[in-house]
Ligand binder design. Sequence first.
Ligand code: FES
Ligand code: FE
Length: 424
Amino acid sequence: MRFSTDIANLVQRRVTGQSLEAPFYTSKEVLDLDLEVIFGQHWIFVGVEPQIPESGDCFTVDIGKASVLLLRGDDMQIRAFHNVCRHRGAKLVTDPSATIGNIVCRYHGWTYNEDGELILAEHMGSGFKKNCHGLKAVHIRSISGLIFICLAETPPADIEQVATTVEPYLAPHDLVNCKVAHITDIIEEGNWKLTMENNRECYHCESNHPQLTVPLTEFGFGFSPDELDERRAEDVKAYEKSLREAHEAWEGCGLPSSEQEHLRNVTGFRAMRLPLKWEGESHTVDTKAACKKLLGNLTDPKLGGLSLWTQPNSWHHFMGDHIVCFSVLPVSADRTLLRTIWLVNKDAIEGEDYQLDNLTHVWTLTNQQDAELVRLTQLGCDQPGYETGPYSEFTEPHVEAFCDWYVSRLRNHLTSDKIEMAAE
Ligand code: FES
Ligand code: FE
């Protein structure tokens, strides 16, 4: 797809440290470009392995116009395919999740095995080559049970750096041996980038998230050092000391915790473990573990919260007792699907080891609060009075990192487009 001059100009004149110009949030043309360049060329987080624990289990995910089928085979491997029949293009699996044997197209019965090979196609004659009509594979990479897919022919190779760096952080939480306790899908009334930007800062948390902030320390959100009086400057020193001590203690017992910041990589990511206040154990209203059975071989619930953020579309919180994963997918220029997945130890029993309401309470409310903030920002971006505004270097550096990453990816595409045009 060629950039229109308008979009090329928008990309070129983006000012570092400022929110994006309105068309980035409102234009259908920009969304189409996002789907092609961002969602079509990068590793996209779409779900977790425990969503399909048994062979034959599958789920589908829509990225723009592409429906992708993720299927666990008899060999327990998960494969991803374009969810479209190679005969006349019928969509194959129509349910969001299902358990199937082979993949059978209901139209004329063409049948594919778990490798996507066409194994049955009646009445096609002796000259028909079944082996030329297998399902089109989609690249897939599981990182400690987090499933990323890439629609590009050649996906970014630096996913391996993500895996090498974050797997030691995630491994103790043993996500592959969890079960999905709950999934919610909400449609936020805003552009997907507003959902992501909102996630990349906690400037808004103190005044908007009364439940989430109970165990979070205010200095973890970032702060302006020149606005601190003497007493608060002492508080900051104490916080920084306690953070260092917590990291040393966790790393001493095999839990990598210090910050890893690679948000400007092609497959950008950041990971860090932060302590929770009040002897906190988990993201719950009383800060206590929501599930009695801890994850993996963990024996101490006081592990703080390990967070992982990936560009362009996910974030994750790993506690000692449960995990919450978030996936963001555009629906239209001003609508975004936010999928939230709560996971607990696969042996945990609902009602005995955990109460679902308690497990999901904080993030259910936090999602609603964030959805409202996204809605308000979308409404504002669409007004003639909207003008780009400044990010706080202290509390919004990761919003800038997201926007800078996003615009750089578009600029990179624009440059390669120009080179191609010049060569034609
Ligand atoms: Fe699938 Fe004909 S379209 S078998
Ligand atoms: Fe929020």
